[in-house]
Structure formats: structure tokens, C-alpha cells
Write a protein that binds this ligand. Structure first.
Ligand SMILES: C[S@@+](CC[C@H](N)C(=O)[O-])C[C@H]1O[C@@H](n2cnc3c(N)ncnc32)[C@H](O)[C@@H]1O
Length: 255
């Protein structure tokens, strides 16, 4: 898998991703002695917060750049390079945690099946990801501007509805304990370049096949299209909508 993640840019300008998810760790409620997997751990900041609560935690990510940065940030913690669609662990986990990673993987079923297989009986799966409608205005502008310029719209994101994700969890033997979707618009860090930097960090796939010389103009057109909706009080906002889930592996047999 090509590594598209710039871990330095992530830590430097996009720390809101993990800073906004601190209360997700309260939902996970890790306790001393538990063994927990942080799926799509990125640069390891939430992995470290879980470890600080006394759990033994393993961070897994498919990006070599993210794993290298995580190891540098937290040398005492365990990080492994791996794909969430092909989990292989000898020892089962009490819980699997994931923040802002699962919407990068359209193949949700193998991921959830792998999580189920990696958990102890009654193990929990606590996650946050983009919900259906997440960054809808940004995706619409990317699609419209790229197509107007004669390029294919390459949308890499998977933003399921609560109903869709609940069904996938149940098929894989989970019982959904709590599930919520909510709007959480994010103020982007740099006032003028905020949207441009967000696109650079998270929307690279959309620009595959776009000649480098045309990119600045296309980004400027995307900014013009989004300015009326996402530029407020002198800053850019991203129209985030999240899905949060606490699920438990059922002790009942799968029908
Ligand atoms: C926005 S980052 C979130 C990182 C971290 N969870 C946080 O909250 O800061 C998304 C992460 O998902 C990882 N990812 C994407 N696809 C993956 C896959 N198939 N398997 C494992 N990790 C994946 C990326 O490499 C990236 O580090």
C-alpha cells in the first residue's frame, strides 16, 4: 500500500484530530492490566493516553511514516506496522479502539471481522469515524471542481450511516451498546491557508492524475466554491460529522 501520510504535517498542523477525541478514551474506559489495540494509531498520541490509564496497548497503523513518528514520540510503547484488513495477533485483546481511521478503509466488513477475531469473548470495540454526511460540502466541491476541470473524482472515504454500521457490527457478532452521530465542525489551524493545508493533508488521493501545474488553480477554485459556507469570522472550518460506537462482542451464537 502506498504511504500517503505526512506524519510531520499531521503532528504539526492537524493535532485537532486526536485532541478532539480525548473523551472517546473515557468511553473506552481502559483499566490497569487490560490489553488494548489502537487500530490506525497514527502518530500514537491516543495510544499513549490509553497507556497512561494503566493498560497494555499496541498501536497498529498501515503507514510506515506514522509508525516511525509514533515510535519517536513514545519509544516505550509498542507500535506495529500492519493493515487493519488483515489483523494477526497471537494473544487476544480486551478491547479494540479506533479514532479517525476506519473511514479510510472502504472494506469495512473484513476490518470488523478481524476486530471480532482479535477480541476476547465479550471484548469491546470503541470507535469514532466520519459519519454519513461528514465533510459533505468539501467532498461536493472537490467532485464538482475536479470534474469541471476534466478529471475523475476519486473519493477515497467511507462514511457509513449509523444503521449501516450497526448492521455490519451485528453480522460480525457484536452487540451495539451505544451509537451516536453528531456534527463537530473543526476550525482549521491556519486562518488563510487552513483549507489548502487540510486538502494537502487529507485529500491527496483526489489529486492523483492531476498535473502538478494545475493543482494550485484547482485548489483556488475549491476555496472560492466553499468560502460562502465554510469561511466564518476570518477562519476556515471543516464540516465534520462523526459516528461514535461502543459495541461488545456477543456471547450469544451468531445466527
Ligand atoms: C487521521 S489518522 C488518525 C490517527 C490516530 N488514530 C489519531 O487519532 O491521531 C488515520 C490513520 O489511519 C491509518 N490507516 C488508514 N488505512 C489503514 C489500514 N488499512 N490499516 C491500518 N491503518 C490505516 C492511516 O495510516 C492514518 O495513520
Amino acid at each position: 500500500m502506498a504511504d500517503r501520510w505526512d506524519s510531520a504535517l499531521y503532528d504539526d498542523r492537524h493535532s485537532f484530530v486526536w485532541k478532539k477525541a480525548g473523551d472517546l478514551i473515557d468511553l473506552l474506559d481502559p483499566v490497569t492490566g487490560e490489553r488494548i489495540l489502537d487500530l490506525g494509531c497514527g502518530t500514537g498520541h491516543l495510544t499513549a493516553q490509553i497507556a497512561a490509564r494503566g493498560a497494555t496497548v499496541v498501536g497498529l497503523d498501515a503507514s510506515a511514516s506514522m509508525i516511525a513518528q509514533a515510535r519517536q514520540n513514545y519509544p516505550k510503547l509498542a507500535f506495529v506496522l500492519g493493515d487493519a484488513r488483515a489483523l494477526r495477533f497471537d494473544e487476544p485483546f480486551d478491547a479494540v479502539f479506533s479514532n479517525a481511521a476506519l473511514h479510510w478503509i472502504p472494506q469495512a466488513n473484513p476490518v470488523i471481522a478481524g476486530v471480532a477475531a482479535a477480541l476476547k469473548p465479550s471484548g469491546r470495540f470503541v470507535l469514532e469515524m466520519g459519519a454519513k454526511g461528514n465533510i459533505a460540502q468539501i467532498a461536493e466541491a472537490l467532485t464538482a471542481v475536479l470534474e469541471e476541470a476534466g478529471h475523475a473524482a476519486r473519493n477515497p472515504w467511507y462514511f457509513p450511516s449509523a444503521g449501516e454500521y450497526a448492521s455490519l457490527l451485528e453480522v460480525n457478532g457484536f452487540e451495539v451498546r451505544t451509537m451516536e452521530t453528531f456534527e463537530r465542525w473543526n476550525k482549521l489551524e491556519h486562518p488563510e491557508r487552513g483549507l489548502r493545508e487540510w486538502l494537502e493533508m487529507f485529500a491527496g488521493v483526489w489529486f492523483d492524475g492531476v498535473p502538478t501545474g494545475s493543482r494550485t488553480e484547482i485548489v483556488a477554485r475549491i476555496e472560492s466554491r466553499l468560502r460562502p459556507a465554510l469561511w466564518r469570522d476570518g477562519v476556515w472550518w471543516a464540516d465534520y460529522k462523526r459516528l461514535r460506537v461502543v459495541a461488545r462482542l456477543g456471547v450469544f451464537p451468531i445466527e
